[in-house]
Design a protein around this ligand. Structure first.
Ligand SMILES: Nc1ncnc2c1ncn2[C@@H]1O[C@H](COP(=O)(O)OP(=O)(O)OP(=O)(O)O)[C@@H](O)[C@H]1O
Ligand SMILES: [Mg+2]
Length: 503
């Protein structure tokens, strides 16, 4: 590689109580290249990057930037040294506008002497220009809390580039973007590359890595396994280096046989004109129904309506042939429906509680003994069983969920809903941010549930997952149903075509 080395992280180690998160890790990034960082959930990727961004202090090791040794005490030092980071878990200031989120801590000021005011006009114009350069369509004055996950992700990308950094860390930047938006991000990345920026790119999407990365570093259990030119690697090689063994099948064999209709949805429409309209479909017992489509297809809105989180203007929902009204999640639970939401950070995690509580919380009635005593033994046994089944990487179920790696937090939430033993499981992007090995575990669980006769609706933006797991695939576009196809004979092209169908 002829580009010069801009960043060296040498022999970095970092220990948390009970976990050796980083063990003598080395990483060298070249200017004007994309350096992918890969590894299973809990391998230490985010921790390594947090050391670079000044959020953690490594126990050992050195960081060399542009040839000189630096001591990165906090994120401000990192930013001052030309390093910025897009985090895996996004925490925008929800009640503030997009532009305030972007320029937080460095608002442009106007005024004389001690009388300084925030220059809103300049802030607005700078933000407008930033978005224009990046070809993003976001209103600078919109309130961050009202934006979709993908818009928030775009906002964070814009923010990171606004520091004119020389090293930009992207921790799972595409986890909630759809294919078009990913293409767009890649364009931005190529532009940054041409300006000499080094991008450190963390992702579990191997296809994506092979497309965008120049070099790939693979980590396992806190250790550096190796660094290769992306052109030398194949999907299978990456997987076996990450997992430490060959993984021949990416999807389990499915032996479920869809039976009679359990859920019937007829002409369902939302009261909001831009949302879903006239949706009709059936879901059978023991069936996996995939839902494909682009962002804005209103897939999440539809299944949230089925869970009683959104209002319905007209149309009917039938369970076992009987009309039902689902006005709240309490109703949904009564009909044995469970929902795993897409925006798990907001709706899912009790970050200050241990894994134990987070696993069993949706299911209190299961643990109440006479006289309202909690069956502590059963709670612990269930939590322990879930942690093992989903291979959550943690020293103990007593650990706080916020200390788990991103992917492992998701596994805990999936475990929570599985414990409620639903008949209908609504999954919104169930494997987002989850590594290949754990994905396989989740697919196995879905296949097993279907075999037991449970019905599953799975929204996914990952084509291989839709094709590999669904009995039928329903594709939506702009709130309308554009087609339902058989999973066996479906192709990526057909799903794409239906997903882009205009009304
Ligand atoms: N603040 C913390 N306290 C205790 N343990 C931690 C903390 N942060 C990370 N860990 C542990 O360090 C290990 C590495 O976590 P890290 O977040 O770096 O993984 P990752 O490779 O980013 O995984 P993912 O793909 O799931 O995001 C995990 O076992 C995690 O539980
Ligand atoms: Mg991570």
């Amino acid at each position: 590689m002829e580009n010069k080395i801009i960043l060296e992280m040498n022999n970095i180690s970092k220990e948390f109580p009970g976990v050796k998160a980083l063990d003598d890790v080395t990483l060298k990034a070249h200017a004007g290249t994309v350096h992918a960082l890969m590894g299973e959930n809990g391998a230490g990727k985010s921790t390594l990057m947090k050391c670079l961004f000044g959020l953690y202090k490594p126990d050992r090791g050195e960081i060399i930037l542009n040839g000189s040794l630096v001591d990165i005490e906090d994120s401000k030092t990192a930013l001052d040294n030309g390093i910025s980071m897009i985090h895996q878990e996004l925490h925008p200031v929800h009640c503030r506008s997009v532009m305030e989120n972007i320029w937080l801590g460095r608002f442009p000021a106007t005024g004389i002497g001690p009388f300084k005011f925030v220059d809103h006009k300049k802030m607005y114009n700078d933000t407008k220009k930033l978005f224009k350069d990046l070809n993003m369509d976001i209103d600078p004055c919109a309130i961050a809390g009202n934006l979709s996950v993908s818009k928030i992700q775009s906002m964070e990308i814009a923010k990171a580039t606004s520091y004119n950094s020389k090293v930009i860390i992207m921790d799972e930047p595409t986890s909630s973007l759809t294919e078009n938006e990913v293409e767009h991000l890649f364009k931005i990345i190529r532009e940054l590359k041409s300006k000499g920026v080094a991008i450190i790119y963390i992702s579990h999407k191997i296809e994506e890595i092979l497309k965008i990365a120049d070099e790939v570093t693979i980590m396992r259990d806190g250790k550096h396994i190796g660094t290769w030119a992306a052109s030398e690697l194949t999907t299978d090689m990456i997987i076996s280096k990450m997992v430490g063994r060959d993984l021949t099948n990416r999807f389990p064999e499915r032996t479920n046989v869809p039976g009679e209709v359990l859920l019937k949805v007829e002409n369902l429409s939302s009261p909001f004109p831009k949302s879903f309209k006239n949706i009709s479909f059936e879901l059978r017992k023991g069936e996996v129904l995939g839902i494909g489509g682009l962002v804005g297809a209103q897939r999440t809105e539809l299944i949230e309506a089925l869970f009683g989180l959104r209002s319905i203007l007209q149309g009917g929902i039938y369970i076992n042939g009987k009309p039902v009204r689902i006005k709240s999640p309490v109703d949904a639970k009564k009909y044995k429906i469970a929902l795993l939401t897409e925006e798990r950070r907001v709706t899912g995690i009790f970050s200050v509680l241990p894994i134990l509580e987070n696993t069993v919380v949706a299911n209190l009635s299961r643990y109440i003994k006479p006289y309202f005593i909690l069956d502590e033994k059963k709670r612990k046994a269930d939590a322990q069983m879930s942690v093992e089944k989903l291979r959550v990487k943690t020293p103990s179920i007593r650990s706080l969920i916020k200390d788990l790696s991103g992917g492992n937090q998701q596994k805990v939430l999936i475990a929570r809903w599985l414990l409620t033993e639903p008949d209908i499981l609504l999954l919104d992007e169930p494997t987002r941010g989850i590594d290949v090995g754990a994905k396989y575990e989740i697919y196995t669980i879905i296949a097993e549930l279907a075999k037991q006769g449970k019905s599953i609706i799975m929204i996914s933006s990952e084509m291989p997952e839709l094709l590999g797991m669904s009995d039928r695939i329903m594709v939506m576009s702009e709130g309308r149903l554009s087609g339902i196809i058989e999973g066996k004979s479906a192709t990526q092209e057909e799903i794409m075509r239906l997903g882009m169908l205009k009304k």
